[in-house]
Structures are given as structure tokens and as C-alpha cells.
Design a protein around this ligand. Structure first.
Ligand SMILES: [Zn+2]
Length: 285
């Protein structure tokens, strides 16, 4: 019982951090902890995660039936239970709406790998689960393909869900991912995203194994180390499907282009240089 109370206290502390970081607005998000193979502690519905007390925490069975707690359990507990059922090692699950990571899924951008050492070592590839209306079992089912292959997943147009062995770990995974997504956005605003080379990523994966983290799916499946490389393109290529601008600073005015030419290919460029040179020579001579 003392142990259970301590876990409830820790859930409240993690809730405070979650709310302070802006990962869960108003009553968003939910946290759970598996006590044993029959009982799971979870946060109640309609409560701000920043102001929970141990008494607010509910207890459910593995089917989601409420066993204890004066408040109604979160409707999203089915998502948590699906992860516990799929992987017996998982002790804690956290779902929330961190803005930067969620923005990637809203924009239809998958999270790239091979950019930041911490992400390679602690998270590995971060998949995006397909969209489904939150709350019911079909929403919980969207996570199933990713359990055992990732530690944190972005839920399309919704948020993230992280799982691990402790409450603190699932908060860390979320915090690392959202900080990473913020850095990617800043880098892309500056121009582009440059990647770590494949041999250097291999060194990071070796380091990861020396830390005792042996579950990177890229090693297990011998898959590509660097995925979702499209994010590095920067703004030089239009990403919106809109037409490219008519002229760029390198394109001379239409009056200087040979009749009928619209673009400046290498042959036209030569012609234009020739023409300008002749006009200058005529003017000075
Ligand atoms: Zn949600």
C-alpha cells in the first residue's frame, strides 16, 4: 500500500512537469502505471495534470474496468492497456499533446533520424500512428504495429504516446522528442537540416549498445539507419505544391532574354552574356 501511494505521488509529480512544459493544455493528457498483471493506476478524466493529488488517481483492471478511485478514469486508458498487453516489460505509459512533435504530424512530416546524437541513442526511429477518433478500442489499436519497435510514437493530428519502465522515463522520451522537433523547426527556418554521416550514426548505435540499450529496430532488422530524409530539403524547393516563382535574382529581365526564352539554361546564359558584352562594348566604344 505504501508502495502504491508513492507511485500515485510520483504520477502527480510527473503531471506537474507535463503541465509546466506545455505538453498538456487544460485537462489534456493521461499517465498510467502497471502495478501488477491485473491492476493499472491511471489519471482520471477531466483533470488538469498540473494540479493532481494522490487521491485523484484511479485504478483499473486490464479490460479498463474501474476498480478504485473517486473520479472517473480517463477514456484513453484503453490506449495504455493495449501497450501493456502487447509488451509485458512496459510499466508506465504517458499520452500528451507536445506542440512541436504534434505539429510534425499535422504538417504530414515524418520525424527524420540521423540528426541529433541524443535522439539516436535514447529514442531511435519515431513512427507516426494513423489517425483515429480518440477514446475507443479502434483508437487503441492504432498503436499496436509500433509496440516493441519504438519507445514513443506520434499520433497523427493528435499528440504522442510514450512507454517505458518508469514514470520518469516516459516523461524523458516525450521531453527529448519535443525538444528535437523544436530544433528541427528552428534549423529549417534557418535554411536546411544537415545530417550526421552514416558511419558516425553507426558509432552512436555502438555506443547505445554499450549503454545496454539493445532494442534499436534498425539493428534488429538490419534496416536503413537514416529515414524520412525529405525533411532536410529546406525552402529552396517549394513544398506546398505552389508554382515556382517566375523569376529569381539570377534571372535577367525578360528584355535581355532571347526571343521566346523563359528560363536561363546554360546555353541561353552564354547567349545573354555575349549580348550584354556586345552592348557594353558598343556603349564605351
Ligand atoms: Zn489526447
Amino acid at each position: 500500500m505504501i508502495q502504491e501511494f508513492k507511485i500515485k505521488q510520483e504520477m502527480c509529480e510527473i503531471g506537474r512537469r507535463l503541465y509546466a512544459k506545455g505538453f498538456a493544455a487544460a485537462n489534456d493528457g493521461n499517465i498510467s502505471y502497471r502495478l501488477n498483471d491485473k491492476e493499472v493506476l491511471c489519471t482520471p478524466t477531466l483533470i488538469c495534470k498540473g494540479y493532481m493529488k494522490p487521491d485523484d488517481i484511479c485504478k483499473v483492471d486490464m479490460a479498463g474496468k474501474q476498480l478504485a478511485g473517486r473520479k472517473k478514469r480517463t477514456s484513453e486508458v484503453l490506449l495504455h492497456l493495449e501497450i501493456y498487453k502487447q509488451d509485458p516489460k512496459v510499466k508506465s505509459v504517458m499520452h500528451c499533446h507536445p506542440p512541436h512533435a504534434t505539429a510534425f504530424s499535422i504538417a504530414g512530416e515524418d520525424i527524420p533520424t540521423c540528426v541529433l546524437p541524443e535522439v539516436e541513442v535514447f529514442l531511435g526511429p519515431i513512427p507516426t500512428a494513423v489517425y483515429e477518433t480518440p477514446g475507443a478500442q479502434n483508437f487503441a489499436d492504432t498503436i499496436r504495429p509500433h509496440v516493441g519497435k519504438a519507445k514513443i510514437v506520434v499520433l497523427k493530428n493528435h499528440g504522442t504516446v510514450a512507454w517505458g519502465e518508469t514514470l520518469e522515463q516516459v516523461f524523458w522520451w516525450t521531453e527529448i522528442l519535443d525538444a528535437y522537433c523544436r530544433m528541427l523547426m528552428y534549423a529549417k527556418q534557418l535554411g536546411r537540416v544537415e545530417r550526421i554521416s552514416v558511419p558516425k550514426v553507426k558509432e552512436l548505435l555502438d555506443l547505445k549498445e554499450r549503454f545496454g540499450i539493445t532494442d534499436d529496430p534498425r539493428r534488429m532488422e538490419n534496416a536503413d539507419l537514416c529515414v524520412n530524409t525529405d525533411f532536410g530539403r529546406g525552402y529552396s524547393e517549394p513544398a506546398c505544391g505552389c508554382p515556382a516563382p517566375e523569376s529569381s535574382p539570377m534571372t535577367p529581365p525578360a528584355s535581355l532574354l532571347p526571343t521566346g526564352a523563359k528560363t536561363l539554361d546554360p546555353a541561353t546564359f552564354e547567349q545573354v552574356v555575349q549580348e550584354i558584352t556586345e552592348r557594353i562594348m558598343a556603349a564605351v566604344g
